[in-house]
Design a binder for this molecule. Structure first.
Ligand SMILES: Nc1ncnc2c1ncn2[C@@H]1O[C@H](COP(=O)(O)OP(=O)(O)OP(=O)(O)O)[C@@H](O)[C@H]1O
Ligand SMILES: [Mg+2]
Length: 315
């Protein structure tokens, strides 16, 4: 049996005149854990909705857990997929108790009514909440929880039907530093568990990538900029292109961090020579020449006055 969990070929999603996704090719295997990262509006949530079988693409083919969309009853497929998202949290009925929110995932419904649950289901729901540090919240109403508590309860709910695919849309958004770090540690443990489902985590920040995630996709304007093993994809050049500003990226103690390049230099361009900096620091508009690839222009944004440099010859 193939270990492919997701297989997208030539996937496009169009809404009126807008292309939300275009030409997406993506294969993800069960032992991989994927990060999908990109700026606001890049199409991350749209892509996750396609993977969750909630959205049918305008073009292309989608296979989820070996089943091809269009040829399978999605209602059979959906219980095998766990999803957490802000949109889902907003649809939780006002009075819903935490334990019921997790239990009702067995029927893929929101809002407990008259369904019967076996004691094994209740035990599993309690164990999952406990594993996510939420045992003390079981009798609380979901609406009264803090943002961090809600995120953890949602993950417990997503895991309840023992899914083969877990989709997490910005699980760390809105959390304070302690809450974020706590959640990342739990996700990291999950990612390292070979029995855990294949996971896809959407985020805007490389700082929110839990250790143990193996692959990354960079999305920009509905297209894949880069995809593959995390270390190959998370480069200054790729991230700068993805977010549209010069960025640098570091990997330290199993975590990534990214920040704007000093002076706004695109990664890989040489620093301005001392003579140009000296002119700029005296408060005059400066134009200088720097060694590098001929024809490439750079701007020294941190200088006291705008300072343009022209690259004249290769180093
Ligand atoms: N029904 C629609 N009609 C037109 N445009 C839409 C529709 N739904 C979404 N979009 C647009 O598609 C683009 C991608 O949306 P999507 O929610 O997938 O982005 P995202 O990467 O998840 O962004 P964010 O980081 O802000 O959550 C956005 O520009 C959005 O405005
Ligand atoms: Mg989104």
């Amino acid at each position: 049996m193939s270990d492919e969990v997701l297989r997208l070929r030539g996937v496009a999603v169009r809404r009126e005149t807008s292309m939300l996704l275009r030409s997406i090719d993506w294969t993800a295997h069960e032992d991989e854990r994927w990060i999908v990262i990109g700026p606001n509006g890049a199409g991350k949530t749209t892509l996750l909705q396609v993977a969750a079988t909630l959205l049918f693409p305008t073009e292309g083919t989608v296979e989820v857990l070996g089943q091809r969309l269009g040829e399978v009853d999605v209602f059979d497929l959906r219980p095998r997929i766990g999803l957490t998202s802000a949109a889902l949290a907003e649809r939780v009925p006002a009075g819903e108790k935490v334990i019921d929110l997790v239990l009702t995932a067995s029927y893929a419904i929101l809002g407990r009514w008259k369904e019967e649950y076996e004691s094994a289901d209740v035990t599993r729901a309690v164990e999952l909440l406990d594993a996510l540090g939420c045992a003390h919240l079981i009798r609380r109403r979901f609406a009264t929880l803090s943002e961090g508590e809600r995120k953890r309860v949602q993950i417990a709910r997503a895991l309840m039907p023992d899914p083969e695919l877990l989709l997490l849309d910005e699980p760390a958004a809105g959390l304070d530093l302690g809450g974020r770090e706590d959640l990342l540690q739990r996700l990291s443990q999950l990612a390292r568990n070979p029995k855990a489902p294949m996971m896809v985590l959407v985020t805007h920040h490389v700082e929110e990538v839990p250790d143990g995630f193996t692959h990354a996709m960079l999305l920009r304007r509905g297209s894949v900029l880069a995809a593959g093993p995390v270390a190959d994809v998370f480069t200054a050049r790729n991230l700068s292109k993805c977010f549209g500003i010069p960025l640098e990226i570091e990997y330290r103690r199993s975590r990534w961090s990214a920040f704007a390049s000093p002076g706004g230099r695109p990664p890989g361009t040489p620093r301005l020579p001392a003579a140009v900096l000296a002119v700029a620091s005296r408060g005059r508009r400066a134009v200088g020449e720097i060694p590098g690839r001929e024809g490439v222009a750079g701007t020294l944004r941190r200088a006291p006055v705008p300072c343009t440099c022209r690259v004249v010859r290769a180093e």
